[in-house]
Design a binder for this molecule. Sequence first.
Ligand code: GRF
Length: 215
Amino acid sequence: MKVAVLISGRGSNLRSLLEAAAEPGYPAEIVCVIANRPDAGGLDHAAAFGIASQVVDHKSYADRAAFEAALTEALDGAGIDLICLAGFMRVLSGAFVRRWKNRIVNIHPSLLPLFPGLDTHARALAAGVKLHGCSVHFVNETVDGGAIIGQAAVAVQTGDDAESLAARVLEAEHRLYPLCLRLLAEDRVRLDDGQARIEGTPEAGSALFSPDLSA
Ligand code: GRF
């Protein structure tokens, strides 16, 4: 499976995907990285792994349609099967999403459908949830609303602030995204009535308790 990764910033999730894809036998190949900002730190990760990258700067285009046309041209040129959004901070139009129907996935730093949108860690703390985490999901026309492929839960700890919580969720993201991409590339993800079903994987082990059962 040929994959494009779209980024806007530091690209630590991109790096985790590049590392996974460099492992022998990993079924997906990252063929291009596209950033919508010329200063995206993640471009350095692409260079370090010898992967072609391009900047499609949204500021250089009159409107979203023109930006997305340039994006589509870059993606078509790369001959890709799947788009992975990894900290890509532009909302994609319905037309773009339909053009790549069920071929765009994203990683989001919350246990969806809780906390779609921005500032997820601060919002999780404000809500007092005991478990937080991250989700990999298909992209549809609702922001952070597509079928969930996989999730990782992280316990909120006493004294957490948004930064410390974000750091632990990010570690989980770096494990979850390569796993989900592998399942997609192995054709083990089935969309059925708006839900993603995973074939041939062990069910997750036990429940994660917070507070811990030893309390
Ligand atoms: C991650 O937390 C991701 O879940 C969110 O944006 C952040 C991107 O981080 N969509 P990075 O650029 O991958 O380091």
